[in-house]
Design a protein around this ligand. Structure first.
Ligand SMILES: *[C@@H]1O[C@H](CO)[C@@H](O)[C@H](O)[C@H]1NC(C)=O
Ligand SMILES: *[C@@H]1O[C@H](CO)[C@@H](O)[C@H](O)[C@H]1NC(C)=O
Ligand SMILES: *[C@@H]1O[C@H](CO)[C@@H](O)[C@H](O)[C@H]1NC(C)=O
Ligand SMILES: *[C@@H]1O[C@H](CO)[C@@H](O)[C@H](O)[C@H]1NC(C)=O
Length: 224
């Protein structure tokens, strides 16, 4: 979809180029979910988890595909859940793109250096993990990926989030991603930028009442 309504433009982030009443494709990083009736929090069991990392539409297109995000996740120390076992309930999010509430696309866990069994270790000992939601509905088809990142307790403690686990999870994921990373013959250059004003700070409505600092980190991932 090449044409995006001008109304959406005012709420888009990034350096957009307006040509008449249309936006040049790939000109923005993402669209603010709230402006399309969505939210920067997903829907979890005890409130919402913050969508605290966004992978920009201005990333290389291959990064934003299902296979692309899997390879990128591996490059930054994550892989798919332990032997395909799913230990938490899937969550839903409304990214304001006209699709309404949709299920997470995929979930990754920290793999502790072994992308086959490492995620099983994360399931047992706790660690970082993230869920991915794709903004690709007809009203805001950016293709950007919204990540709900959190650091968890071990399974023995029911996989609850550690205190401050949303901010810590985000910062650890970002620290492990910026710069140059490689996996499967693909080399990525990753740049991070913090955004405020998109997510309210505090614990209101947040899953388990864990406060967030209101920062969303935007990652632009370029394949070299
Ligand atoms: C989903 O989360 C949003 C934002 O936190 C909230 O407004 C909405 O009520 C939630 N929906 C459900 C069904 O829990
Ligand atoms: C979303 O996930 C739930 C729980 O796994 C499942 O029952 C439902 O069919 C899914 N919805 C879609 C549209 O895939
Ligand atoms: C959103 O809707 C489009 C159709 O407009 C569909 O192709 C896409 O798969 C949907 N996205 C999700 C995450 O379900
Ligand atoms: C983003 O904010 C976090 C939390 O304050 C900080 O640790 C991090 O260095 C910031 N990152 C950038 C790229 O500014």
């Amino acid at each position: 979809m090449l044409a995006v309504p001008l109304a959406v433009f005012a709420f888009a982030y990034g350096s957009a180029v307006v040509t008449g009443l249309t936006l040049q494709k790939r000109a923005v990083d993402f669209f603010d979910p709230a402006q399309g009736g969505g939210s920067i929090f997903d829907n979890a069991t005890f409130g919402g988890e913050p969508l605290n990392v966004i992978i920009s539409w201005q990333s290389s297109p291959d990064v934003l595909t299902d296979d692309g995000i899997l390879n990128f996740a591996r490059a930054i120390g994550f892989s798919q859940e332990c032997l395909g076992l799913h230990l938490g309930d899937p969550q839903t999010a409304n990214l304001g793109d006209g699709n309404g509430s949709v299920n997470q696309t995929v979930e990754f866990r920290q793999d502790f250096g072994n992308d086959f069994l490492g995620t099983c270790l994360e399931s047992l000992v706790g660690g970082n993990h993230f869920r991915v939601f794709r903004q690709n509905g007809p009203q805001a088809n950016s293709g950007a990926l919204f990540l709900a990142v959190s650091k968890e307790q071990p399974a023995s403690q029911n996989h609850d989030i550690v205190p401050d686990g949303y901010n810590i999870g985000r910062d650890e994921l970002v620290a492990g991603a910026v710069g140059t990373k490689s996996f499967g013959g693909v080399t990525y250059n990753v740049v991070a930028k913090n955004i405020t004003g998109l997510m309210p700070a505090g614990s209101d409505g947040v899953n388990h009442g864990i406060a967030v600092d209101g920062i969303v980190t935007l990652l632009t991932v370029t394949i070299q």
